[in-house]
Design a protein around this ligand. Structure first.
Ligand code: F3S
Length: 66
């Protein structure tokens, strides 16, 4: 699974980073970005929780795991 944060939609709430710092970081301008190229096997639940917790719905799945 690959994740992407849409910078146009991200408003810097940082919930993704606060709850899942193993998947996200915050850049100098306060926008989140994904730090792992592929979500490791078994971490899909974390990814889905992060997606559900973003109030702006800015986190998207760009590629499902095979
Ligand atoms: Fe942005 Fe949503 Fe995270 S608004 S900082 S992607 S919780």
């Amino acid at each position: 699974m690959k994740l992407h944060v849409d910078r146009e939609m991200c408003q810097g709430h940082s919930r993704c980073y606060a709850t899942h710092p193993e998947l996200f970081d915050i850049d100098d301008e306060g926008y989140a970005f994904v730090t792992v190229e592929n979500v490791p096997p078994g971490w899909e639940d974390r990814a889905h929780k992060a997606i559900a917790n973003c109030p702006e719905r800015a986190i998207h799945i760009v590629e499902e795991s095979p």
